[in-house]
Design a protein around this ligand. Structure first.
Ligand code: MG
Length: 277
């Protein structure tokens, strides 16, 4: 572990049902670990299916000022001036630089609506739902549900029919889209995923720090690509104490605890083992 002292640690984390508790969206159980990494100046990169507006809210709430990845790898938002070198691919958007990796939301909606009409009228995406309906399904407040509805690169949807879902997956694949399972919803996206975004950020941090050690924490199928892209991957328990069986990866650490509780334990034990702090 001695060699690790020379490596800068970068943490990538999912939010829903990982750092944020499934029902209450509380991160209190992870507070000691959050304090520790803040004190040590370790970058914590949110890598979520949430929108930019929602993620900005959580960045502020947790006082985090690092880059973040939204809508399942649809885009990477970087604070202006964060990396002291020019960023190819990045566009300036207000106080952010943005690297866009996803497909436009309108195209995703078009596909979902065609599936509704041809396969199953009960299919419902966020674009079909009122703020009230999203509030009921997620437990979010109406204000936060409205932020969740402002989508750019990813359409969350519900579908309770396996056959419809498998036809949708086939059709999506043919046009370069894909469907992944999140903590609450299925997600329709373009060719992007959290892993592609993580690999881009790893390259940027390598340029900044030289030798880096990356870790990631998630709970669901849509975290698999992120978990596969880092040096050390942690899967937290779902709120019912189970693990998402769709996440299979060599070397994956199964954390003994759900959501933020597991998150905190994983981070504390990582740094205890690394004797970093
Ligand atoms: Mg999740």
């Amino acid at each position: 572990m001695e060699a690790m002292k020379e490596k800068a640690v970068i943490i990538f984390s999912d939010l829903d049902s990982t750092l944020l508790e499934h029902h209450s969206y509380s991160f209190e159980a992870a507070r000691p670990a959050l304090d520790l990494i803040k004190k040590a100046g370790v970058p914590l990169i949110f890598c979520t299916s949430k929108t930019r507006l929602e993620t900005e809210y959580w960045q502020e709430k947790l006082d985090i000022h690092h880059p973040f990845v939204v809508e399942n790898g649809g885009a990477i938002y970087l604070p202006a001036g964060y990396f002291p070198f020019p960023l190819a691919q990045a566009k300036n958007r207000g106080r952010w630089f943005v690297i866009e990796l996803g497909s436009p939301y309108a195209k995703l909606r078009q596909f979902l609506v065609s599936c509704q009409q041809q396969l199953d009228f009960r299919l419902r995406g966020f674009g079909d739902m009122s703020v009230e309906e999203i509030t009921v399904l997620t437990g979010l407040s109406p204000t936060k549900a409205a932020l969740a509805r402002e989508r750019e690169y990813d359409e969350p949807f519900i579908c309770d029919d396996e056959k419809t879902l498998s036809i949708m997956k086939e059709r999506a694949k043919k046009i370069g889209f894909k469907i992944l399972g999140g903590s609450r919803f299925y997600h329709l996206t373009g060719e992007n995923d959290k892993g592609k975004a993580v690999r881009i950020l790893k390259e940027l941090y390598s340029r900044l720090y030289g030798n880096i050690m990356t870790i990631a924490l998630g709970d669901s199928h849509n975290d698999l690509a992120m978990l596969a892209a880092v040096d050390k991957a942690y899967l937290v328990q779902r709120h019912d104490g189970s693990y998402d069986r769709r996440v299979q990866l060599k070397g994956l650490v199964y954390v003994d605890g759900p959501g933020p509780e597991g998150w905190g334990q994983a981070i504390l034990s990582f740094f205890a083992a690394a004797k970093q702090i």
